[in-house]
Design a protein around this ligand. Structure first.
Ligand code: BMA
Length: 335
């Protein structure tokens, strides 16, 4: 599978404002009347790793500029001034924008080792931050009508588990909102799986969600450690094209693709055995924070081309493109 990396990669880099001085990555992206809007996850430093959401726009999908100087969402907006808000994914349903996010309510920071996921993690920053409240990641949904002002709608996961990569489908199916989740603790006989995986659930009103059903678990060596959803699924006549990430035994993050049934997205119609994107370029292998990470979180389809936006090494933002038809053929041919 051949994705074309933008020659301008990384297309968005840290800097300019204090709150995004060190990192910008894992963005949500949406196309609105020929303008690409990007919501970046950004941080001003590594310790603590206090993350915010900033808003950028672009007319070509490559060159982005900030819409305002301040973040559009801060963890304080959710009541957690020392926390970190992460990994936004955006959809527009019936005229409203919905943003799913992962929230770490307390301060934390890693010390990068340069070789993989850092082992050392610090939670307290005496003199700067308050007492830690929880080390779990909780996910939720915010809503906006203008991309600038966001209000909390609901949490989609309980407080006491680690559940990230919550992603809404871009439209209702059979009158219901559909959400992907990745509850790390759903393992064991009572959950019917020995491995954590991607789960799916439904809601009529965004507040009450059905019990999640297991959609997929890791199968291939490149996704040995875990898998999780990437970007909101793309509707095609063959099914919902769903990108996801996989982590191998050495903590290398890659991107894979599967196709879910259009009417019953709990059914996986096809899943490519091989990944579609993996760390290859210098900027995907070496960065300020975590090496060997490509982490797509947003896609846009324009004139038959899929624009895949992905974080690299938790440090900057890149773009790769591929014709939609080619990507679909690849997933179907690898069935
Ligand atoms: C995942 C998430 C992502 C991050 C990735 C690589 O578990 O925390 O936000 O980009 O790890 O560090």
């Amino acid at each position: 599978m051949k994705l074309t990396r933008s020659q301008e990669n990384p297309i968005v880099v840290p800097g300019r404002y204090p709150w995004r001085k060190s990192n910008t990555f894992n963005p949500a992206v949406i196309l609105e009347e020929n303008t690409f809007y990007m919501i970046e996850r950004a941080a001003g430093g590594l310790r603590p790793f206090h993350c915010f959401f900033g808003l950028l726009k672009s007319s070509d999908g490559v060159h982005f500029t900030h819409v305002q100087d301040e973040p559009v969402v801060s963890p304080a907006d959710l009541g957690f001034p020392f926390g970190s808000i992460q990994d936004p994914r955006i959809v527009k349903i019936e005229g409203h924008y919905y943003l799913t996010y992962a929230l770490r309510p307390s301060s934390y920071g890693y010390s990068p080792t340069g070789t993989g996921k850092p082992e050392e993690i610090s939670y307290t920053y005496p003199g700067i931050h308050g007492e830690p409240t929880s080390f779990m990641t909780r996910s939720g949904i915010m809503e906006s009508d203008d991309l600038l002002h966001w209000k909390q709608v609901c949490y989609t996961t309980p407080k006491d588990i680690n559940d990230r990569d919550n992603i809404l489908f871009p439209e209702k199916i059979d009158g219901k909102f559909v959400l992907l989740r990745r509850p790390e603790e759903y393992i064991g006989p009572q959950y019917g799986t020995e491995k954590a995986g991607i789960w799916i659930c439904y809601s009529e009103d965004l507040h009450t969600w059905t019990e999640p059903e297991l959609l997929a678990v890791s199968q291939e060596p490149w996704e040995f450690k875990k898998i999780g959803g990437s970007a909101p699924p793309i509707k095609t006549d063959k099914g919902w094209l769903t990108l996801y990430h996989g982590v191998d035994a050495d903590n290398v993050y890659r991107c894979g693709a599967m196709l879910l049934d259009l009417d019953h997205p709990t059914k996986v119609r096809a899943r490519a055995k091989h990944c579609i994107l993996e760390p290859q370029e210098y900027y995907e292998k070496f960065g300020l924070y975590i090496p060997n990470v490509v982490f797509p979180t947003g896609t846009v389809v324009k004139n038959g081309m899929v624009y895949i936006y992905y974080g690299v090494t938790d440090t900057a933002i890149c773009l790769a493109t591929v014709p939609l038809a080619e990507l679909l053929d690849f997933v179907l041919s690898e069935k």
